[in-house]
Design a protein around this ligand. Sequence first.
Ligand code: C2O
Ligand code: CU
Ligand code: CU
Length: 467
Amino acid sequence: MLLPVVNATAKEPARAAAAELDAAGITKFIQKMPLPPVLTPYLNTGSTSYYRLTLKEAVKEIVPGLRTPLRTFNGSFPGPVIKAESNRRVVIKQINNLAVPTSIHLHGAHVPQDSDGSPMDLIPSGGGTKTYTYPNTQPHANLWFHDHAHHMESENVFRGMTGTYILTDDVERRLPLPAGQYDVPISLRDARFLENGELVYAMGDFKMRNVILANGRAWPYFEVASRKYRFRLTNTSNQRFFDLSLADDSELVQIGTDGGLLPAPYRTNVVKISPGERADVVIDFSRYPVGTVIELRNKDIAPFESADVVGQVLQFRVTRTAPDHSSVPERLRTLPELGTATVNREFDMRMDEAPGGSAYINGKTYDMDRIDTEIAYGATEIWTVHNSNKIAPHNFHMHLVQFRVLERNGQPVTSGPETGLKDTVPLKPGETVKLQATFTGYRGTYVYHCHLFDHGAMGMMANMRIS
Ligand code: C2O
Ligand code: CU
Ligand code: CU
């Protein structure tokens, strides 16, 4: 039997497609920046903390007055904070009540392959579960978790699937850094909306993602006391780089990076984080009288963007005084020894800059069944990574290891935030970095990739096998 052809417009007019939300029309600094909830274990034993997280859809007010459907961990956006300790295991059961498969990756963590959340290791949609075990056999670090389902991670993350994982140890705890309510995690990213509040995801449409979010709110404010604060910043953007400065260009003290504290604090007026990178920063608001309002701004904006829109990030309001017994010591930690490298490899990152193109590492797009790099267990290697695009920036992220940046564009890295332990490193067009990593702890297959989520999804990803 032939079904009658239904002309929808004849009966009821088709809903007009919602128009794009004009980011310039959003009133800034009228919403308070929320703090993500800290997740409580449902069980603690002598060696292990057990958690449960449910992936589910939720609706949040990101832009004042608009309701935005999201894919979340436990209904939080951004996802909750998990607080872990070195050498104490964390076990997380993930329950996927979303309509899409997922794979949960703990970014920056040293974990066995079956808990890495690799692109093909999916948790089925509609109630599928998987239990991830994190041994935490690594020093303190500001890690984060996010979806990594092959080819879907980009959209899943854009729609909300990120969370914070703070791993601490005695080295960090002994320091007199700002703590408690003065130690604040902040996730920064951009987004794109329709006037009805829905997010718009389209692969590669960087130009339109012009609403800046801090902890899941568009351009919020945050009330502070006139004292020192520690901010643990994560860039959870799809492609946006942040070069963060205070409006008066005053001092920011960067104390840490991806893999934990720097050997010594780095005093600067700009803190840079590309997608996936973290920065641990102390700001001393005691230099401002109560009543001061000061903006955190982004200086890395593209020529087609407006500094009045995407150049603003977050507003600090100094609303009170408070005692401050914290300080930033001149020595923060000793880094593990570098070791002697025995293997040298080269990697070329490149993408087609025309719409609908692919992205490559060493001329190949990602193939889950192909091993691109074979590594001998225990080896120390130097990887020279080059961005051969003329317009597109990239960055380079490796699973399993924290590496060191030896050189940038032929110059040895001897000061600044790249002297710390890194798992993600930015590469502006034409740049080259030389990295050193030691592959110990686990054997197995792990990915390395560009952490601009769209680029990874377009194929700028590869497999390494440690055996
Ligand atoms: Cu943040 Cu392979 O990931
Ligand atoms: Cu990762
Ligand atoms: Cu890239």
